[in-house]
Design a protein around this ligand. Structure first.
Ligand code: ZN
Length: 197
């Protein structure tokens, strides 16, 4: 980055550390930012810090939210007897975007991966187990990857003895595909075609 001034270089380096941002995009963003009015850049910085400071995990479903209980868990119109288990808040958002699911969620913040040394205690599984007292169905909507499947199996083994129905979304989605990148129709088809584990 020697051909840029130290300050622009530092900005590019920092932006390039964000997920999905390559050096080229980081350069484009950096030059855009330094060309903005200072008030606008200040606003952007404030929004970043404010989000980091105030976003926390919902005490019920563990999704990222800025209240103790997220708006979905807090909504009496949702079906609280159906819990869809997803890996990330982004997956939750993908299902919410379809507007066709009226149950609630549980966000694991990851998946079991022996390869990466991520075990059941490293994701939000304990928090799921304490929610099962009055639940009819747990829909496991983890990604159709190796880790997602291992997590689904683990959850099924854990919950089934309690007599609660455990289902898995259909794999109409490509193996290894990211739930977030899949279009709404495919997501709905996967949900409707879910099978009991
Ligand atoms: Zn919640």
């Amino acid at each position: 980055m020697e051909y840029y001034s130290a300050k622009i270089g530092a900005l590019i380096d920092e932006l390039a550390r964000l997920p999905g941002i390559g050096t080229k995009s980081a350069q484009r963003m950096a030059f855009h930012i330094v060309g903005l009015p200072e008030t606008q850049v200040k606003h952007l910085a404030d929004v970043l810090v404010d989000a980091r400071k105030n976003v926390k995990y919902c005490k019920c479903c563990c999704t990222l939210t800025d209240a103790d209980i997220c708006p979905i868990c807090d909504n009496p119109k949702r079906d609280h007897k159906t819990i869809m288990v997803v890996e990330t808040t982004r997956d939750l958002a993908a299902y919410e975007k379809t507007g066709k699911y009226d149950g609630v969620y549980h966000v694991l913040h990851g998946a079991i991966s022996p390869m990466l040394g991520i075990g059941p205690n490293d994701i939000r599984l304990k928090e799921l187990m304490v929610r099962l007292a009055d639940v009819d169905e747990v829909i496991v909507a983890t990604n159709p990857s190796l880790e997602g499947e291992a997590t689904a199996m683990y959850i099924s083994k854990l919950i089934k003895p309690s007599g609660i129905k455990v289902t898995r979304i259909a794999s109409g989605v490509p193996v290894g595909g990211d739930l977030e990148c899949i279009d709404e129709v495919t997501l709905l088809r996967a949900l409707e075609g879910r099978t009991e584990l």
